[in-house]
Ligand binder design. Sequence first.
Ligand code: AHG
Ligand code: MN
Ligand code: MN
Length: 341
Amino acid sequence: MAAKISLSRYLVEQQRMEGHIPAELRLLLEVVARASKSISQSVNKGALGDVMGGADSENIQGEMQKKLDIIANEVLIEANEWGGHLAAMASEEMEGIYVVPNRYPQGEYLLLFDPLDGSSNIDVNVSIGTIFSVLKKPEGVGVSEQDFLQPGCKQVAAGYCIFGPQTTLALTVGDGVVMFTLDREQGSFILTEENVRIPDDTQEFAINMSNMRHWDAPIKRYIDECLQGTEGPRGKDFNMRWIASMVADVHRILTRGGIFMYPWDKREPGKPGKLRLMYEANPMSWLIEQAGGAATNGKTRILDLQPTKLHERVSVILGSKNEVERVTAYHSEAVDGAAVV
Ligand code: AHG
Ligand code: MN
Ligand code: MN
């Protein structure tokens, strides 16, 4: 039987390969994995630990925080601040950036995270996860919020850890997508999937249908055509899934294909979308692209968007390439004035 490859071994071997990951990045990824293991333990305690329910506080985006949002945020900060690999961190749950305290050495990387994605699913025992993205700090003394405002194509590593029936860590360092499953007896992540590929076509879409009346014409057109099934212009039936944890919807798409959309809608016209560019859209888009899929905001490739602020929101369409290209084309046809139903 072939030897099991742990995440540590995989990363060491990646480091040895010329041009792959530097030692500091390897350390960083090991620490993120360790923190994810710890978050996984807390998630698993459920009602047996003090981890369920709300925290009676609001985050910077005006959303009520859950206890686990705060626990996961603290775990990630405590695990990452002392290793010397980071200059600063930014999180969906913190207003400003967290600069590594002076008592610790400063490294050259920046870590961004959505500590707990899918918070509304915690109390109902549905899959949730931690999403992370790593950037290189630009040259120069000190570190500021400005240093984080880099487009997603500048990421040097990205991934997520999903806490579901299994705890699985998906990772890219720009050389495809790999997945590791947590072996609880051994306490280590074991490589279980290499060269993850998303099929170009799909018959499965994920969108919150309750927002339908607020959507823009191109999204309405796309979904309407899917719903017409074999009798419509697509000539095939579609299936629908919506987990309300992006991490779980993206995991399904990486596993068997599909398209995920959280588009801009008319509820709050001034808001570009619900999802956060830096903590959700960028890392997930890079994973999807690295697995052969595509990700746009309807007009532009997500990874090319220049962020203007840390907590920027964005419209997200990602998944199987041909479907994402179709939705994106419907947007440009609408702009060009062509008939869009
Ligand atoms: P978070 O829990 O980090 O705030 O993210 C929740 C996000 C995303 O995971 C999911 O796809 C979406 O919100 C669900 O939104 P709706 O409840 O509007 O469907
Ligand atoms: Mn989230
Ligand atoms: Mn979150």
